[in-house]
Design a protein around this ligand. Structure first.
Ligand SMILES: [Zn+2]
Ligand SMILES: [Zn+2]
Length: 155
């Protein structure tokens, strides 16, 4: 499922901020919430949850955007691409927008969230759909199932 070649580099639209991923994602997601619709200027946001030790900004200084709240949304200060998010209280992973990677072709969302707020036509190939965020106790099972699929030969 995950054909992400590691390590892999990526960057924002203008190239001022560059980053490197050295670990496979724990989970891949699409979020249909209205906040993500606004920040992504699109129907939903995409996230690859990368373990923090496998994620590095290698060039440039991303700045905080979005609501400037507990979840820290990082943007390029020049082209304003929404690059990644450090969720509140969850320091062990970073939610990278996978289209920042130089090759995002491996990505598909395994989980979709906030379908209660989705645009009527918006659909994804996600295996699991949740009306809001999944309950915290659902994540270990989702991560385990994603890892088992990612370890299987590509279809
Ligand atoms: Zn930029
Ligand atoms: Zn969202």
């Amino acid at each position: 499922m995950s054909g992400l070649k590691l390590p892999q580099e990526g960057g924002c639209r203008c190239g001022q901020v560059r980053l490197r991923v050295g670990a496979p994602p724990l989970l891949t997601m699409a979020c249909h919430c209205t906040g993500c619709q606004r920040m992504s200027s699109s129907a939903f946001s995409l996230s690859a949850a990368i373990p923090s030790e496998g994620f590095a900004v290698t060039q440039g200084e991303p700045v905080i955007g979005g609501l400037h709240g507990a979840a820290r949304h990082y943007f390029c200060p020049n082209c304003m691409s929404w690059m990644f998010t450090r969720p509140e209280g969850l320091d062990w992973f970073v939610n990278l927008r996978p289209t920042m990677l130089d090759d995002p072709s491996w990505f598909s969302p395994f989980v979709e969230t906030w379908t209660a707020e989705k645009l009527p036509w918006a659909t994804t190939p996600a295996v699991h759909s949740f009306a809001a965020f999944p309950p915290m106790d659902a994540y270990p099972g989702l991560i385990g199932e994603y890892a088992a699929r990612a370890g299987a030969p590509a279809p």
